[in-house]
Design a protein around this ligand. Structure first.
Ligand code: ADP
Ligand code: MG
Length: 438
């Protein structure tokens, strides 16, 4: 092992600049050469941005230049400066147990156009953690199978021995664990636990947006794991750029790997899912009933499961076979609900909160107007198929992040305030009531 002298290093840099002027950066001058050990030259980058650029863009150029200078086959390995410094001894290598739902396997996951890419990416990651797509970011609205896929990936990587230490947790659990560690003064243990894994999965990462310090900690965890080529997988309800107040540096890191979306399942996929779920529960459903359930419910897969439950429950209760008549009864034999329009939502909200249309569409921010406006956006998001952009268009051309933020705010308050929940239920019923009067 020998230390590379500055003369040798300047020569290497010179070759890189001469042979690849398009790749060379001014900050190359700040790079620190390390040791040359068994044909491998170590070079320290000052920050993760540089590190990323070096490993992804200019690795080959450096290797070529080093070979030219040193005169033999040399590979170049980049490291992050802060991490190559000696680390304090970790106190306890206590690994949290992974709590995985054993029904969430790839085998039980039905693929279709809506989720094929996300599924393929997860299979690839489970087969080669840290190498296939890193980080892997999966987004889509609730009940579309994100948690299922994430857990299947963990379970498979563990079962096949492709990963030994896997940490799967919700964003909430990560943030709580972090706060707990801060309060107890056990940050070292915390960091050890999160930074010595082969795969780290954070589910529903959008909740990091409201937690600055946890976000900061996650950022550093991310850098460490990434640098060690450990796999990071996250899920969220929207793409990185659409998560409000997610720091730009995290947004950009998430896009280093693969960002993939899960959409609502199409009819054929819903049919296949209903068949699979029924089979898994040992419920016999004739094709007619499968068709009925799949055509009645097109929102998400959790609702599909709920519908199967209802049919199964009624069949058990009455001792009758689960035929079409019973399924109709179980699900309430209404025609599929008519589409509710944004205009109808606006009218219902105007009546309830006594506001004018011009106010809702204005830029006014007073609470008495901003709140009903947010309610409108929330209802439009949950009761119609309009995109965030389209909904924003109805409210004086607001952009999609405003709509997303509004609906999240109402969703959160709805969970906290029973009066709001009642109000929203009543507006919803009134809107659907319009339906039955038709
Ligand atoms: P999310 O995390 O996106 O909110 P989940 O992963 O919790 O959604 O999925 C909700 C339910 O739907 C779970 O019981 C899951 O097993 C099921 N599910 C979702 N997608 C599929 C699929 N493609 N095939 C089979 N089951 C699915
Ligand atoms: Mg989930």
């Amino acid at each position: 092992m020998s230390q590379v002298t500055h003369t040798v290093w300047s020569e290497i840099l010179g070759h890189v600049r001469r042979l690849h002027p398009d790749l060379a950066k001014g900050w190359f001058g700040q790079l620190e050469p390390g040791h040359l050990d068994r044909g491998e030259l170590t070079v320290s980058a000052a920050d993760p941005e540089q590190y990323h650029y070096l490993t992804h863009r200019s690795g080959r150029a450096f290797a070529e230049a080093a070979q030219l200078t040193i005169g033999r086959l040399v590979s170049v390995r980049f490291v992050l400066a802060e991490l190559s410094a000696p680390q304090p001894e970790p106190p306890q290598p206590g690994q949290s147990p992974v709590m995985l739902n054993n029904h969430y396997t790839f085998e039980n996951f039905i693929t279709g156009p809506c989720n094929r890419l996300a599924h393929a990416a997860c299979v690839a990651v489970s087969d080669a953690p840290g190498q296939a797509y890193n980080p892997l970011f999966i987004h889509g609205s609730v009940g579309l199978g994100k948690t299922h896929l994430l857990q299947a990936t963990c379970g498979t990587a563990l079962a096949t021995g492709k990963a030994k230490q896997v940490l799967y947790l919700t964003c909430e659990a990560f943030a709580n664990d972090f706060l707990d560690a801060v309060q107890r003064g056990e940050l070292n243990t915390f960091r050890y636990r999160y930074r010595h894994v082969d795969v780290l999965v954070i589910d529903d990462v959008q909740f990091l947006a409201e937690r600055e310090r946890s976000q900061e900690e996650f950022f550093h965890t991310f850098n460490t794991l990434y640098q060690m080529q450990k796999q990071i997988i996250v899920s969220a309800d929207s793409s990185p750029a659409e998560i409000p107040s997610l720091e730009e540096r995290l947004v950009s890191r998430f896009s280093w790997g693969l960002v993939t979306r899960i959409d609502k399942p199409c009819f054929e996929t819903r049919m296949a899912i209903v068949r699979k779920k029924a089979e898994l529960r040992g419920v016999e459903l004739v094709e007619e009933v499968v068709y009925f359930i799949a055509s009645r419910i097109d929102t998400n897969i959790r609702e599909l499961e709920g519908a199967i439950n209802k049919v199964e429950g009624l069949s058990r209760l009455t001792g009758q076979v689960a035929d079409l008549a019973l399924a109709r009864e179980a699900l309430g034999d209404k025609q599929p609900p008519r589409e509710i329009s944004i205009e109808e939502i606006l009218e219902a909200v105007m009546r309830r909160y006594n506001v004018r249309l011009t106010d809702l569409q204005s830029k006014k921010r007073s609470k008495s107007i901003a709140f009903p406006r947010q309610v409108c956006m929330y209802l439009a998001r949950t009761m119609t198929r309009h995109s965030l952009e389209e909904i924003g268009g109805y409210f004086g051309g607001r952009d999609h992040t405003t709509v997303l933020h509004a609906s999240r705010t109402i969703e959160r308050r709805r969970a906290e305030q029973p009066q709001l929940q009642t109000a929203l239920d009543e507006i919803g019923q009134a809107l659907r009531g319009l339906d039955s009067r038709r």
